[in-house]
Design a protein around this ligand. Structure first.
Ligand code: SAH
Length: 302
């Protein structure tokens, strides 16, 4: 089988948006190429630009898929200007090689290392989070994920219970377990994400600590404390509008009094309305974390 490689070189945030789009069409995988491990600074800040490569099988569907892909790129290009994609035909062997070659380990914060499953890179004294990036989101490259990971490093205490709402690849849950959480309850409304997360959890041999389920806040509330006890720390990296709705629906009821909420996926201009809602529901702002236009709020349940 031959493969069509579609590649871009863009900044980190745009790379995730493009990777998300490409993932819909590229059954041969999407790779985000980052060289952070070689030359980032000690804080693990991203090095721009990031390469995005996606692989489409060359078969009878290729033409239609490529057309849909280009329509998608056109729409994305209306929001933010995109460079032209580069196309390259690859034989099977080269695809296998390219796919693995372009996923590198990514250091995040002071202690974490996000590793693709096949990586042989030395872990050193960092805590490994092993992911098969068979899903674009949750590879650790997006600022919203990184903001959560670094806040988690600072706020999680060993032995605490964590809820990860909107777990995606499971990256935050796995990091929480590595950083010493005693139990992690991961939820996502997307059954495919749940499958991916479960596979990643078992790759990290953390199935005894992390439970992954399909559902959202309403399902947690319905389970009551019996199956998902209140969390000492809750992570949610979702859209600001979803977070606002969750706070109004009773997000604080799944967090212990005095517990911490790390909310991410928030743009600068969305902070004020979200804080107004938080205030009504007795959440006290501890800290706002910043990366580019993105904000993560650290809140305390009073
Ligand atoms: N936690 C990961 C993934 C974030 S992407 C990270 O930080 O990288 C956001 C995830 O939230 C997606 O997997 C999406 O399916 C899920 N999601 C969106 N709305 C949700 C909701 N209302 N409840 C639970 N999960 C939701």
């Amino acid at each position: 089988m031959k493969w069509l490689e579609v590649s871009f070189t863009v900044d980190g945030e745009l790379a995730e948006a493009i990777a998300d789009l490409l993932a819909r069409f590229a059954s041969g995988g999407v790779a985000l190429e980052s060289n952070q491990i070689e030359d980032d600074d000690a804080e693990g800040h991203p090095i721009s630009p990031v390469g995005v490569r996606a692989y489409l099988p060359v078969d009878e569907h290729l033409q239609a898929q490529q057309q849909r892909l280009e329509e998608g790129l056109w729409h994305l290009g209306q929001i933010q200007s995109l460079p032209e994609p580069c196309y390259r035909l690859l034989p099977e062997e080269d695809w296998k090689h390219a796919w693995k070659e372009h996923h590198h380990p990514v250091r995040v914060g002071r202690r974490l290392l996000i590793l693709p499953t096949w990586s042989q890179a030395p872990v050193g004294d960092r805590l490994p989070v092993i992911l098969n990036p068979d899903m674009a989101f949750g590879t650790g490259t997006h600022p919203t994920t990184r903001l959560c990971l670094t806040a988690l490093e600072d706020y999680l205490r060993p032995g605490q219970r964590v809820i990860d709402l909107g777990c995606g690849s499971g990256i935050l849950s796995i990091a929480a377990a590595r950083l010493g959480a005693s139990q992690v309850y991961a939820w996502d409304i997307d059954p495919q994400a749940v499958q991916v997360a479960r596979r990643n959890v078992s790759r990290n041999e953390l199935s005894e600590i992390i439970q992954v389920k399909v559902g959202s806040l309403l399902e947690i509330l319905a389970e009551g404390k019996q199956f998902t006890p209140t969390a000492d720390l809750l992570l949610a990296n979702i859209l600001a509008s979803t977070l606002e709705e969750m706070i109004s629906t009773g997000l604080t009821r799944v967090v212990a009094v005095g517990g911490i909420l790390i909310l991410s996926g928030i743009l600068d201009q969305q902070v004020k309305p979200l804080l107004a809602t938080s205030d009504v529901h007795d959440l006290q702002l501890v800290e706002t974390r910043v990366e580019d236009d993105w904000r993560a709020l650290v809140l305390k349940n009073q």
